[in-house]
Write a protein that binds this ligand. Structure first.
Ligand code: LLP
Length: 410
């Protein structure tokens, strides 16, 4: 992780906190966030965009790390929040966001979620379909207007995992241009809706910014609006070999397309999620079993209950023995989780020093979509989220208790 160092005894230290102290105080597995790095990234994004296009706003895609504490950091750093539904919206409000800076998404929003959004007075609801408009027209009180964007399929096929491609025709998200035009005309005639602009999101974990910038022209072709929301999607670095574009390169690519196609006075919105948070966190595990047999299996006390990225999207990671950073890598291993299926593999293959039971293992680049999709498969408890900064560590979300597992039993 950014801000990492190694003590003379070989222990990994992040933001001044030794990992053995973190394991003692918070247990493992734990998702550890370098708060300084998180804030620096938020500022990097904000200045990269608004220095070059002042009428612009970065809204953090909360789904990448929907913890109130993370949303609060984004709010404090001057960002808005993108929320995927009612739960993320309630969390955003707890984080103290100005509702005017909230953008709500979803391809199947419920009436209840839209009611929460309208009552909270959020700035923009991204309309995905005609049913969203039907519902909003019922919910928005006469005499007021709800700002909306229309989500458009830009017709951009991106080079990423099929599960996270959303810009191609046939996607369940948004409308093709012809259908979008019909809905835009309807919204423009609505007494309670304010047609603010159009939105597109090409997909996620996209390394080449040209693929993201390719959404600008199709949006421009729909007409002149006050707002253009270009979505998120910039890839994050997980392994030493990954080379995603930098924030500057990404913003440059978007703005080159914007200067070519969009009105100069338009407001631009971007919604980074993964690339905003991924590099600022790592997951700390304890090795529970080492089995040297047909392969060298290093099994840890977590897995697909706290990180579904490898199992669901073939995401590749690195890992280190975080208490023995000076030891030489000496064997080829596969790092596996503790869940009851063979897909529960965290890193394969990996070179590590000879692992022993009780070793700490750190997997970097786990800020995005890990806490989000953590689950209770096999009755395991979801891990805490721990912020580290200037040698101080504090849990912002505690580990689940056994009691939490039965809290909904009737
Ligand atoms: N805006 C919209 C409308 C989105 O749907 C998403 C992500 C984003 C922004 C943020 O995209 P990002 O910058 O994070 O790529 N569960 C999957 C990721 C799904 C992404 C969904 N949408 C995973 O774990 O890889």
């Amino acid at each position: 992780p950014a801000g990492a160092a190694v003590d003379p005894d070989g222990t990994l230290v992040v933001a001044g906190c030794r990992v053995d102290d973190l394991a003692r105080d918070f247990g493992t597995p734990a998702i550890v966030v370098d708060e300084g790095s998180l804030r620096a990234r938020a500022r990097e994004y904000r200045t990269a965009l608004t220095d070059r296009w002042p009428n612009a706003r970065v809204v953090f895609a909360s789904k990448a790390f929907p913890a109130t504490a993370v949303q609060r950091v984004m709010v404090e750093e001057g960002l808005g929040l993108d929320v995927a539904g009612g739960g993320e919206l309630l969390s955003a409000l707890r984080a103290g966001v100005d509702p005017a800076l909230v953008v709500m998404h979803g391809n199947a929003k419920t009436t209840e979620e839209l009611r929460i959004a309208v009552e909270a007075g959020i700035g923009l609801v991204v309309v995905d379909n005609a049913d969203d408009v039907d519902r909003l027209e019922q919910l928005v009180p006469a005499g007021s207007r709800q700002g909306v964007l229309v989500r458009v399929i830009p017709g951009v096929a991106s080079s990423t995992h099929p599960h996270v491609q959303t810009g191609q025709v046939g996607s369940k998200f948004g409308l093709t241009a012809a259908a979008a035009r019909i809905l835009i005309t309807r919204i423009e005639a609505s007494p309670v809706l304010d047609m603010r602009g159009v939105h597109a999101h090409v997909g996620s974990q996209i390394m080449d910014p040209a693929e993201l910038a390719a959404a600008v022209a199709p949006l421009a072709a729909l007409g002149t609006f006050p707002v253009y929301d270009l979505g998120g999607g910039l890839g994050a670095r997980y392994t030493y070999d990954d080379r995603p574009a930098s924030v500057d390169e990404y913003v440059d690519a978007l703005l080159a397309a914007a200067r070519e196609h969009l009105p100069a006075e338009a407001e631009l919105i971007i919604e980074p999620g993964r690339s905003m948070v991924n590099g600022s966190a790592f997951t700390l595990y304890t090795v529970t079993t080492v089995k040297r047999d047909a392969r060298n299996f290093v099994a840890v006390d977590g897995g697909m209950g706290d990180n579904l990225e490898a199992a669901m999207y073939d995401q590749r990671y690195e890992a280190v023995l975080a208490g023995r950073m000076h030891d030489e890598d000496s064997e080829d291993v596969v790092v596996v989780g503790r869940h009851c299926e063979s897909g529960d593999v965290l890193v394969d293959p990996l070179r590590l020093p000879a692992a022993r039971v009780g070793d700490l293992l750190a997997v970097p680049a786990t800020g995005a979509y890990t806490h989000t999709m953590a689950n209770n498969y096999n009755g395991y408890r979801r891990p805490p989220v721990v912020f580290v900064r200037d040698g101080e560590a504090r849990a912002v979300i505690r580990r689940e208790t056994w009691g939490d597992l039965f809290a909904r039993d009737l």
